[in-house]
Design a protein around this ligand. Structure first.
Ligand code: FE
Length: 191
């Protein structure tokens, strides 16, 4: 099985659970997020990051109500670790930073926290709450920070019940274009 098939298998096998009390599944959330990235002319790596930003939620067994129990699954770190075998930093680091981007936006954009869903506000507290001034300065110095903020805004929008967006298969080409060269299907190399 090649790299893209492995990723698709994970999303298809485990992506049908609800997205934290929102009216979409994990897979619908991923597809909407990638669609918003595409609509805003994000580059291929950022579109892939949008599609896969919550893959970490599919890699743990803790259930969708885990935040009710005061547990932060650190899904952004799980996702980065798993995806780093397939993709470089331009894909994995916006994913790793998408929770930091939420903490950043909560500290710097008054209108941002007002539109967060109840479950997103709940997890914010577990994730450390809004950034401090020192954390803001560190975050802004990171060259990936702006990509992470863009990803975060698509993430927050990608909760629309019944939205008609392209299916997972639509993204095979873009995934193959950014997967690490030795893993490309064209080489015939299986994992
Ligand atoms: Fe998300």
């Amino acid at each position: 099985m090649n790299a893209i098939d492995q990723i698709f298998q994970l999303l298809e096998a485990r992506g049908h659970g609800s997205y934290f009390g929102e009216p979409v599944s994990q897979l619908e959330h991923a597809l909407q997020c990638a669609h918003f990235a595409t609509e805003e002319h994000a580059g291929s790596e950022l579109v892939v990051a949008a599609l896969l930003h919550d893959v970490g939620h599919l890699l743990h067994e803790q259930g969708e109500n885990v935040a009710d129990d005061g547990v932060d699954t650190a899904h952004e770190d799980l996702g980065q670790a798993w995806l780093s075998r397939y993709f470089g930093e331009n894909v994995t680091r916006p994913i790793a930073l998408h929770v930091a981007a939420k903490r950043y936006l909560c500290a710097t954009d008054k209108s941002y926290s007002a539109q967060l869903s109840p479950s997103s506000l709940q997890s914010l507290q577990l994730q450390g709450g809004p950034m401090s001034a020192a954390e803001i300065a560190d975050f802004e110095a990171d060259k990936i920070a702006q990509d992470a903020v863009r990803l975060r805004r698509w993430d927050d929008l990608a909760k629309v019940e019944g939205k008609n967006v392209p299916p997972l298969s639509h993204y095979r080409g873009v995934l193959e274009s950014v997967v690490k060269a030795p893993l490309r299907a064209a080489t015939g190399e299986a994992l």
